[in-house]
Design a protein around this ligand. Structure first.
Ligand SMILES: *Cc1c(COP(=O)(O)O)cnc(C)c1O
Length: 366
């Protein structure tokens, strides 16, 4: 079975083997050595000297940590959203009492940076902006370089969800001055679900000390305090940490630039491949994600049936559309442990599956 959804992703044999190891004391020397090595490597892939903390949670837990550690109830925040996960980020802020201003864009289209500038100019009290770097629901990669520049122009904290980006994309956290950046183990990191990673800038720590939203399990000051001893405040997902350590060893051997280049190549192959089948990519191509490719379901084709045929006849599991995109798009996840041959296999299978669900490539006119 080829799991081609945008997380969880297939795991390399070295990672699977590492996860089969016996448990160790999470307050012992061996674990502190492991977590320190993991954090050092995560800093390389985040391109940061900021603190990077490991939380036992899925990515959403990391998003919640970003919100509750940076904001106080009543704080005005600008939530920029062009998809399902951008909306989720705003839901979390609202749940904890932030005063949310939404800036939304059509799903499949990128964030318009000029609109962000206008929103910030009109909202002088805004404390922070929240944004998703790689919008997994639509396959759009937002221009964080430009967005962060505007955030700095107006001196706002910038909280970034790069849950399905980091580990596969070039996101220089320090160069862009990103205050809080969240990722998660089961996306581009070739690792099992269970761990969220979060980087925290100096400016973000200052905000953290003043932020008053309720927090306990996700208190980043606690996480930092325990990390100084090579520990986490609460029992971490030790098995997932074994997996992540093994994956990062492979990633360190491959190197950041080659990994980024591999994802770019593969994404191009996926996009060009679906176009060659006569299908249309859903995301604005200038902003196409390199970790997930979204494709419009062609007229007359039932998306569910197509994914079912891919699964039963070709052993390939693709993802459908989420929420309002259900039935309208399908998505090919290509992040983490993935190569070109596998994408060729997906394209070949699509070529066979599509006619079986009623797709006719080009209307033949004679
Ligand atoms: C997967 C994902 C999330 C949610 O992560 P969970 O691990 O499912 O909680 C949030 N944002 C983005 C962009 C994602 O891809």
């Amino acid at each position: 079975m080829q799991l081609r959804i945008p997380g969880p992703t297939p795991l390399p044999p070295q990672v699977l083997a590492a996860m089969g190891r016996q448990m160790i004391n999470h307050r012992g020397k061996e674990f502190s050595g492991l977590i320190q090595q993991v954090i050092g490597r995560l800093q390389t892939f985040f391109q940061t000297r900021n603190d990077v903390l490991l939380l036992t949670a899925s990515g959403t837990g990391g998003m919640e940590a970003a919100v509750v550690n940076m904001l106080s109830p009543g704080d005005p925040v600008l939530c920029i959203s062009n998809g399902f996960f951008g909306d989720r980020f705003s839901d979390i802020s609202r749940a904890f009492g932030a005063e949310v201003t939404m800036l939304t864009f059509e799903w499949g289209k990128p964030i318009d940076v000029d609109a962000v500038r206008r929103a910030l100019a009109q909202g002088p009290r805004l404390k922070a902006i929240q944004v998703v770097q790689n919008e997994t629901s639509t396959g759009v990669a937002n221009d964080i370089t430009a967005i962060s520049a505007v955030a700095h122009e107006f001196d706002k904290l910038i909280l970034v969800d790069s849950i399905s980006g980091l580990g596969a994309v070039d996101l220089p956290v320090d160069r862009l001055g990103l205050d809080v950046v969240v990722s998660a183990s089961q996306k581009a990191w070739m690792s099992p679900p269970g761990l969220a990673m979060i980087s925290v800038s100096q400016r973000a720590w200052e905000a953290q000390a003043k932020a008053r939203m309720p927090r306990c399990y996700f208190d980043l000051a606690e996480a930092k305090k325990f990390y100084a001893r090579g520990q986490t405040p609460w029992t971490p997902a030790v098995g997932a940490a074994y997996g992540l350590a093994a994956a990062l060893e492979l990633m360190a051997a491959e190197g950041l630039s080659p990994i980024v280049a591999r994802h770019e190549r593969i994404a191009r192959k996926a996009r060009e491949g679906v176009k060659a089948l006569g299908l249309s990519p859903f995301a604005d191509e200038r902003y196409a994600s390199t970790t997930v490719t979204s494709v419009r379901v062609p007229e007359g084709v039932d998306a569910k049936k197509l994914l079912q045929v891919m699964y039963t006849d070709h052993n390939i599991e693709l993802a459908g559309g989420q929420q309002k995109l259900e039935g309208k798009i399908f998505r090919i996840g290509h992040l983490g442990w993935v190569n070109e041959t596998e994408i060729d296999g997906v394209l070949k299978a699509l070529a066979q599956a599509l006619p079986r669900v009623g797709y006719v490539k080009t209307p033949v006119s004679r």
